[in-house]
Design a protein around this ligand. Structure first.
Ligand code: PLP
Length: 325
C-alpha cells in the first residue's frame, strides 16, 4: 500500500471537524477521507446502552473543538446502525445541530426505508429534520444492486454545489437542450446510468404498503429470534433489538471470552458452509456476536427456529473440541 493511503490526517491543515457515533458505518469516515478532510476529522462519540449517540458527549466534543480552534461543520446521525440497528435520537441531534449551526446528515442506509412500516414510522419522525439523508433502495426495498440514494433538503444548495454548465452544455427553451434544470446539475456524474428505472419498477409492481408490511414482518422476526435465543441456556442476546437485527452468541461455562469469540466465529462459518443460513459476525462489547440482519422477504419464522436449533448443535459439537479452535 502506498504511504498516501495510510494517512487519515487529511490534506493540509484542515480545521473542519464532523461528529458521528462509534456505531456509524465506516463509509462515513471513508467519505471524510475522500473529501480530503481525513478520517481523523470525524469525531466518534460514544453511545448509550441502546447504542445511540450520547448527545451530551456530542455537545461537549463540539465545545472542546471550538475552544481548541477547530471548525465543527456537520453531525452525522444514524437511522438503523449497521451493528445492531440502533436509531439515534434524531430530534435531539437536530436541535443541537440547529443550536450550533451545523449541517445534519442522516445515514439511513437500510433503516430510513422503515418509514413505510407502521411499526417503525413513529420512531423515524426525526428524519424530516435532516439537511440530507442517504439510504439504499438495494437493501430493505429489495431492488437489485446498486441503488443508493441521497436526498438534500435545499434544492438550491444542492444544485449550486454541482451545477457546471460550460458552452457545450448550454440549456435552451426548446429542442434537445430544453428541460432545465438538467439531472447532471445534481451530482458529480455527467454520463450516468438509469438506476431510477428499476426503483420505479419495484415500487410500481409492489407498492409501498406491501413493502412496508414486509419491513414490519422482518422486525417481528428479529424480535422473535431474540425471544427464542433468550429461552436457550447456552445462548445470550448481546444487544437490544431495535429493528430487524438480532445480535447474540453461543456460550459455554467452560470457555473463556477469547475461546467463545473463536467458537462463535466458527459457528457462523459452519452455518454458511453447511448451507444452513448466512448470518455475519460483529463485535459487541468485545464479544463476537452472531449478527442476524433480516431484510429478506422470504424469511419465515420457522427458518429462525431452525437457525437456533442448528447453532445449538454446531456450538455443542465445537465446544467439546474447543482446543482445536
Ligand atoms: C448503516 C449503513 N450505512 C452504510 C452502509 C453501506 O452500504 P453500501 O454497502 O450499500 O454502500 C451500510 C451497509 O450495510 C449500512 O448498514
Amino acid at each position: 500500500m502506498s504511504r498516501f493511503c495510510q494517512s487519515h490526517a487529511g490534506v493540509g491543515d484542515a480545521p473542519l471537524v464532523g461528529y458521528t457515533s462509534t456505531q456509524t458505518h465506516s463509509c462515513v469516515a471513508r467519505a471524510f477521507d475522500i473529501l480530503g478532510l481525513g478520517a481523523d476529522a470525524l469525531r466518534k462519540i460514544p453511545v448509550n446502552d441502546r447504542f445511540q449517540i450520547d448527545v451530551d458527549a456530542l455537545e461537549t466534543a463540539i465545545a472542546t473543538d471550538r475552544a481548541e480552534g477547530r471548525t465543527p461543520f456537520a453531525i452525522i446521525g444514524t437511522a438503523g446502525a449497521v451493528n445492531v440497528g440502533a436509531i439515534d435520537d434524531l430530534e435531539a441531534i437536530a436541535d443541537l445541530a440547529a443550536q450550533e449551526g451545523l449541517w445534519f446528515h442522516v445515514d439511513g442506509a437500510f433503516g430510513a426505508t422503515g418509514v413505510l412500516s407502521d411499526r417503525l414510522r413513529p420512531r423515524l419522525s426525526g428524519l424530516k429534520r435532516a439537511d440530507s439523508l442517504a439510504f439504499d433502495f438495494h437493501k430493505w426495498l429489495h431492488v437489485n444492486y446498486d441503488a443508493g440514494f441521497v436526498l438534500i433538503r435545499s434544492e438550491d444548495a444542492h444544485r449550486r454545489t454541482f451545477s457546471d454548465r460550460p458552452d457545450y452544455l448550454k440549456g435552451a427553451d426548446r429542442g434537445m437542450a430544453a428541460g432545465n434544470p438538467w439531472p447532471v446539475e445534481y451530482g458529480p456524474e455527467l454520463s450516468r446510468g438509469f438506476r431510477a428505472l428499476k426503483i420505479w419498477a419495484q415500487l410500481n409492481e409492489h407498492g409501498t404498503d406491501k413493502l412496508g408490511q414486509l419491513i414490519t414482518r422482518n422486525c417481528d422476526q428479529a424480535a422473535y429470534l431474540a425471544e427464542q435465543v433468550a429461552t436457550q441456556s447456552n445462548m445470550e442476546v448481546l444487544a437490544p433489538v431495535a429493528m430487524n437485527i438480532c445480535c447474540f452468541r453461543y456460550v459455554h461455562p467452560k470457555l473463556d471470552s477469547s475461546a467463545l469469540n473463536r467458537l462463535n466465529e466458527e459457528i457462523v462459518i459452519q452455518l454458511q458452509l453447511q448451507g444452513i443460513a448466512a448470518p455475519s459476525t460483529t463485535i459487541i462489547h468485545d464479544n463476537t456476536a452472531i449478527r442476524v440482519n433480516i431484510t429478506n422477504h422470504r424469511t419465515r419464522f420457522e427458518d429462525l427456529d431452525l437457525l437456533v436449533k442448528e447453532i445449538g448443535r454446531i456450538g455443542a459439537t465445537l465446544a467439546t473440541d474447543a482446543d482445536q479452535l
